[in-house]
Write a protein that binds this ligand. Structure first.
Ligand SMILES: [Zn+2]
Length: 505
């Protein structure tokens, strides 16, 4: 196939300079340039006249909760809920679709969007759910509220101690009030009946429809409690030829021993599904981030982190550490330094509050920052509430990290960002008055840097000859259009390995 007369930006050596023609064969880009590419045309070559349409490499969303997002499609949708009554109404309506005794889940609300400005409690949930076990998850993924039946199923009582790295919300008499923070969320997740692999697959299918419609062709699938069934689901879809995005599947820290015992090493797998980094949580979310000035939640202690990174590194496995506060990022730098290796591209997920000394260390230790550009806007607005930083330039420091030599990969953290469309984040990163970056740098953070983070920069991330033909075609050229509405921008077609997976050419 030859894409002709387009505005093709490879994001490789030619950067944003548009080329007009691109040839694809065997799933890869074989040539890119001007009219001379037409010389490759054979009797069976399909020539697509782009008539000035823009082409970019497919996006790589380096951190998105694919399965969790998919499963939320089967839960009560609480996004945009304005108050606790609103949440209860939605739960009641959703319960009508469930079998007797089936757990009721709700997802997507945010406390700061509720008129009450507080979490609901278990007795409030009971009013809507009755005896059916139920819990609801806040959108950030770090807080959950369980009803009385779910608390009982998990045997959480006044006597239950807080688990390490988590907290059980309590009334004055110490009785649990339903709130479960950070690692305490696991207490009910562990007793909740596991969704069947078929349901996970259905969820993945819905998630991938959303992702490809936004131009995403590769995704770092952040873990939840699926483990074997998640991987099984991705593998089955890949074998059946139904997987439309390339998946770099994170492995929960609980799988470290199993993974190294199997002989898995960083980058193990194929072009469609591969074993990604060992994922570990260092600090919490929102107001529970670990700062050098004190406070926050340590879901993994410094010592545990050092042991984990040492064990993983010795086995040749990459680690992806959730670290938002400067103390958490520092702990990860210490752990990587102690492990002695700099070639495993250990990742800091979020990397939100990162002062200059840590920027330098990340670069020196060969680490990658996996960030969410939309969070830059949020953290600047909310910085006084959530992040006690003295220097605002240390917040979401995309430009400074890049200048220091740290590869920065962008991601949506779906469903924390409910829409994985990369464009609004790209605009935020470019327009950020404090740490703004160039458009080319932002686009590379959403393409080549994600490929680098999964050791695949030699196969994808640009449209240079030899690279996989993972690409997206737009209607017209959005980069030349002053009036484009970034939230609404969608590709008109997406190709994965040269095959159409979305829209039409
Ligand atoms: Zn996440």
């Amino acid at each position: 196939m030859i894409l002709a007369r387009g505005r093709i930006r490879t994001l490789g050596r030619t950067g944003l300079n548009p080329q007009s023609h691109l040839a694809v064969a065997g799933g890869k880009v074989v040539a890119v340039g001007g009219r001379e590419v037409m010389a490759l045309r054979g009797p069976r070559t399909r020539v697509v006249d782009l008539a000035g349409s823009a082409v970019l490499p497919g996006f790589n969303d380096a951190h998105a909760h694919v399965v969790y997002y998919g499963l939320t499609r089967f839960a009560a949708d609480l996004s945009g809920a304005r108050g606790i009554d609103d949440i209860l109404d939605r739960l009641k309506a959703h319960a009508k679709r469930l079998k007797p005794g089936e757990w009721l889940l709700g997802m997507g609300y945010r406390t700061d969007e509720l008129t009450e400005r507080r979490q609901p409690n278990s007795s409030e949930l009971d009013r809507a759910t009755g005896d059916r076990p139920a819990f609801i998850d806040e959108r950030g993924g770090h807080a959950r509220v369980a009803n009385s039946a779910a608390l009982a199923a998990a045997s959480i009582t006044a006597e239950t101690a807080n688990p390490h790295g988590g907290r059980i919300g309590r009334n004055v008499n110490r009785a649990p009030n339903g709130l479960l923070l950070e690692a305490a969320m696991r207490l009910v997740a562990d007793v909740q009946p596991k969704p069947a692999v078929e349901r996970r697959i259905e969820g993945v299918l819905m998630a991938q429809e959303l992702l490809v419609s936004r131009g995403v062709t590769s995704v770092g699938a952040a873990v939840n409690r699926g483990f074997a069934d998640d991987l099984r689901g991705f593998e089955r879809l890949a074998c059946e030829g139904r997987l439309k995005v390339r998946v770099n599947e994170f492995l929960s820290w609980e799988l470290l021993e199993a993974s190294s015992g199997l002989g898995l090493r960083a980058g193990f797998g194929g072009a469609m599904v591969r074993a990604g980094p060992i994922k570990v949580f260092v600090d919490g979310g929102a107001e529970r981030v670990a700062m050098r000035s004190g406070g926050g939640v340590w879901r993994t202690t410094r010592e545990e982190l050092r042991n984990l990174v040492a064990t993983a590194s010795a086995a040749g496995l990459q680690v992806a550490a959730h670290a938002i506060g400067d103390a958490a990022i520092e702990a990860m730098c210490d752990a990587v330094e102690a492990s002695g290796g700099t070639d495993l591209r250990h990742r800091v997920e979020h990397c939100t509050i990162c002062p200059p000394d840590l920027q330098v260390r990340l670069a020196r230790l060969g680490m990658v920052a996996v960030m969410q550009p939309m969070a830059a806007r949020f953290s600047r607005v909310a910085s006084t509430i959530f992040f006690p930083v003295r220097d605002r330039a240390d917040l979401a420091p995309h430009r400074r990290l890049m200048k220091a030599g740290v590869p920065v990969a962008f991601s949506s953290d779906l469903p924390v960002s409910p829409d994985p469309n990369p464009w609004p984040g790209i605009r935020v990163a470019v327009d950020d008055p404090v740490n703004g970056i160039s458009l080319l740098a932002a686009l590379r953070a959403y393409t080549a840097a994600g490929a680098y983070a999964s050791f695949e920069e030699h196969v994808k991330g640009t449209l240079e000859p030899g690279m996989l033909a993972d690409l997206q075609v737009y209607r017209g050229d959005p980069l030349e259009d002053e009036d484009v509405r970034w939230e609404e921008l969608r590709p008109r077609a997406v190709l994965l390995g040269g095959a159409r997976v979305y829209g039409s050419l």
